[in-house]
Each structure stands twice: as C-alpha cells, then as structure tokens.
Design a protein around this ligand. Structure first.
Ligand SMILES: [Zn+2]
Length: 337
C-alpha cells in the first residue's frame, strides 16, 4: 500500500470572501506548515473537479445552478445572514473541494493508501441539499460518502464530525439512512443551534445519528472520552468499510469561532483513535477540512492530525468492547444488528 495522500488545488485560493474568517490564507498557512515538515510523508495529488452527476446525488440541480450563477456576478450571499458568499472563483473552488473528497475516497477504496486528507476550501458540513449557510457551498464529505456508496462498492460509511459546530448539513442528508453512521461532537448553544442529544436520526436511520453536544469550555478530556467511550464503540459495531472525518479545527482553544479548549495535540489524539478504529475494522480513513480560523493553531492542528493518521502510535487508551460499555445502553437499543 502506498504513502498517505494529500489532496489540494490552487482553485481553493480563488474563492474570495473579503473580510471574513473563512479566507484563502487558511490554506496558505496549512501548506506552509506542511511544507516545513516535508509534507509528513504524504503524496500530494491535485483535487479534480467533481462530476456534476456526483454532486447532484446530494444537492438539488437548482441549488448547484444558484451557486454557479452567484459566482458569475461580483459576489452574492447565499444565506439570510449574509455570511456565506459566492463570487468569481467560488463555484470552481467548490467543485474542486467536493472533487478532492471524491478522488480521495476513490483512491482509498481502491487500496492505494490507508489514509488521506483533503486540504481544501470552502468547507461543506453546513450545506444541505437545497440551501446552505455557515461558509459552506457544497457538502464535500456527504458528496464523497454518497459517491462511495453509489459507485465504489461501499456499503457502510462512518462520518465523524469533530468541528466545534454541529454538522447540520451532513446530519440532514443522511438522517433517514442506515448506510451512513454520522457522529458529531460539537459545542452546545452555538451556531447552527442544531444537534441535540435526542436527534438520533429518523425512520430507517433511527439510531444511526449520534449527536454529542458539549458545553463551552470543554477540553480534551471531554472530547476524547466521548470519542473513546461512545463514538468509537458504536462505529466498531457498525463495521464501516470507509471512515471519513469532517475535520474542523475551531474547537482549538485559540479559535474565536468556538469556545472549547482543545490543543493541536488533542486533534492528534482524536485522529489516533479514528485511525485505530479504521485498522480494527479494516477500513481506510480520510479527513476533509471543515472549519478552523486561527491560522497558526489551524496549521498545527492539521499537521498533528495528518501525522497521527499516517503514524502507528496507538491512542493513549481505548475503551473495552462495545457490549461491556455504557455505549450499548446509550445507543445500542436503536439498532437491529
Ligand atoms: Zn466550525
């Protein structure tokens, strides 16, 4: 199996947002740090544009057209708050961000590498099929998961969203589905306000959504213990053939978009748990960049994540088997496994 894979594209720098936290310098900071560390042994690949049919498996054609036409003008807000803007370069950046995630899952499921990471923007996890908000255009991770299920032979995809904000778009895309186990750890009481503990999915997908809001001020102990004792045991039971991380880094203590207390090394520890999970079920692991707005902490956290994914260091501790943990009583009763 080959080296870990890093996907990016210069189009990500052409999505201009003005005076805005989600800015091109995020990618520049990440790549400067990765370059300094010799790319941590990752093979760099270009993120291609997503095929339109792959994109419209998640997003309505009218929505895709709306993003395209907004990108032809001088700049236009796509949400009521005026925070999610598209201008010249935005549509193309969005196509490459979604396409990078799809190319990554193609390579991972073809056995070309055990792990990958997409250093792309705009982010995606707040984007719903017909609307968006929260700086996102297309839901990159959802499009990639759908692509894996529809075209690449995957039967079960596990998505962990560790951005400080709830991944409401991804949650909604897969809320009725048992093909995707979606787990989100996020700060309670902040944007977008969704993702309460009681939202466990609906209909056939009941029990296949895990929402774990944490209070402001939560640090590594809270985040990692939820991952270790609830999320990973559930994912082991789910037996995914692909693991994706909606990797936002705004739960870092120095990020003003969130109020949590993680360090760069905390993301490394979470990544070790996820990589360990992937190894235990024989599934490759791919990370897709979401938020993270404090440039240096973002770059350090991405590097810590990628280093942990590519390494072989075990996590500091792992919970015992699912059946013996409280996770079984927490969510297991929803499942017909
Ligand atoms: Zn976020």
């Amino acid at each position: 199996m080959g080296a870990p894979l890093y996907f990016s594209h210069p189009a990500g720098l052409e999505h201009e947002t003005g005076d805005h936290p989600e800015r091109p310098e995020r990618l520049t900071a990440i790549e400067r740090e990765l370059g300094r560390r010799e790319w941590l042994g990752y093979e760099r690949r270009a993120a291609p544009e997503v095929a339109l049919a792959t994109l419209t498996a998640v997003h309505a054609e009218a929505y895709v057209e709306r993003v395209r036409s907004a990108s032809e003008g001088e700049g236009e807000a796509l949400d009521a708050e005026g925070e999610t803007v598209a201008g010249p370069g935005s549509f193309r950046a969005g196509l490459h961000a979604a396409g990078g995630a799809c190319a990554m899952v193609e390579a991972l499921l073809a056995g070309e590498a055990p792990v990958g990471f997409c250093g792309t923007r705009p982010p995606g996890h707040h984007a719903a099929p017909e609307s968006t908000s929260g700086f996102c255009l297309f839901n990159n991770v959802a499009v990639a998961a759908r692509h894996a299920l529809d075209s690449l032979g995957a039967q079960r995809v596990f998505i962990l969203d560790w951005d400080v904000h709830h991944g409401n778009g991804t949650n909604d895309v897969f809320r009725d589905s048992r093909e995707v186990l979606f787990a989100s750890i996020h700060q309670d009481g902040v944007y977008p306000g969704s993702g309460p503990l009681r939202d466990v999915g609906t209909r056939a997908g009941e029990g296949y959504t895990i929402n774990l809001p944490v209070p402001a001020g939560s640090g590594e102990e809270a985040w990692v213990s939820l991952l270790e004792w609830i999320v990973v045991p559930a994912a082991l039971q789910f037996r995914p053939d692909l693991v994706l991380i909606s990797a936002g880094f705004d739960a870092h203590r120095d990020d003003e978009q969130g109020g949590c207390e993680l360090e760069a090394s905390s993301f490394g520890e979470m990544a070790r748990h996820v990589r360990d999970l992937g190894e235990r079920v024989g599934a490759p692991v791919g990370g897709v960049l979401e938020g993270g707005y404090a440039l240096e902490p973002l770059a350090d956290s991405v590097a810590a994540t990628m280093e942990a994914l590519a390494g072989d260091e075990p996590p500091d501790s792992t919970a015992p088997d699912f059946s013996t943990t409280r996770a079984a009583s927490f969510i297991g009763h929803h499942w017909e496994l």
